[in-house]
Design a binder for this molecule. Structure first.
Ligand code: C5P
Length: 218
């Protein structure tokens, strides 16, 4: 039988990424940051001057790109693109092209290939609905826009990037709306997902909640 998957879906800056990594560490499992794949495609589109509206070329980039995740870093060939893909412009472009069915299709097998023994913690928007519909545990991680904007603001300030909280919150609302409204694999809780609201939880409390749900299954 297939290795177990914990799917963690939710909106931008809900803490999915951090929670997924910590849960994976606690269990000794593999981790998939599916958003990074969309961001990598967006970075290549941006840097190569590809027309983002050219859906066929965008999907072809996803099918042929050679990227690796190694010790927390994202590598394209020899180049470490971990920081480049985190730019807000890249995230926004990722969210635009993520609406293309052809692109999502091109990334499907690549994502499923991360499922290996002893298990996988996968974070994204459609892990529980499309990519791993048979995941034994599906988490939908919510948090208020205000809480998420504050977290993202703090992260950026720690990196020495100054941002405006209001415009950040507005960008976030737009990105979420686009992710929720698109016709293909929209951001949504799977019917069998457990909703966890992290607005007032620390990372540690959120991780503990997910681990409790997992041990509750066994
Ligand atoms: O999670 P992250 O912010 O890195 O994802 C960037 C964008 O990629 C999201 O706004 C979303 O539009 C898209 N995405 C997606 N499906 C996933 C993961 C990310 O559509 N499974």
């Amino acid at each position: 039988s297939q290795a177990p998957v914990i799917a963690i879906d939710g909106p931008t800056a809900s803490g999915k990424g951090t929670v997924a990594h910590r849960v994976a560490d606690a269990l000794g499992w593999h981790v998939l940051d599916s958003g990074a794949l969309y961001r990598i495609v967006a970075l290549i589109v941006q840097e190569s001057g590809t027309d983002p509206e050219d859906k066929g070329t965008v999907a072809a980039i996803a099918a042929s790109m050679e990227v690796r995740f190694s010790a927390g870093a994202v590598l394209m060939g020899e180049r470490d693109i971990s920081a480049d893909i985190r730019q807000e412009s890249v995230g926004n472009l990722a969210s635009r092209i993520a609406a293309y069915p052809l692109l999502r299709e091109a990334l499907l097998q690549r994502q499923r290939a991360f499922r290996r023994s002893p298990g996988l913690v996968a974070d994204g928007r459609d892990m529980g609905t499309v990519v791993f519909p048979d995941a034994p545990l599906k988490i939908f991680l919510e948090a208020s826009v205000q809480a998420r904007a504050e977290r993202r603001c703090k992260q950026l300030m720690e990196k020495g990037i100054s941002v405006n909280l209001e415009s950040l919150a507005e960008d976030m609302r737009l990105r979420d709306e686009r992710d929720r409204m698109r016709s293909v694999a929209p951001l949504a809780a799977a019917p069998d997902a457990r909703v966890v609201d992290s607005s007032t939880l620390t990372i540690e409390e959120t991780v503990a909640a997910v681990l409790d749900l997992w041990s509750g299954l066994g």
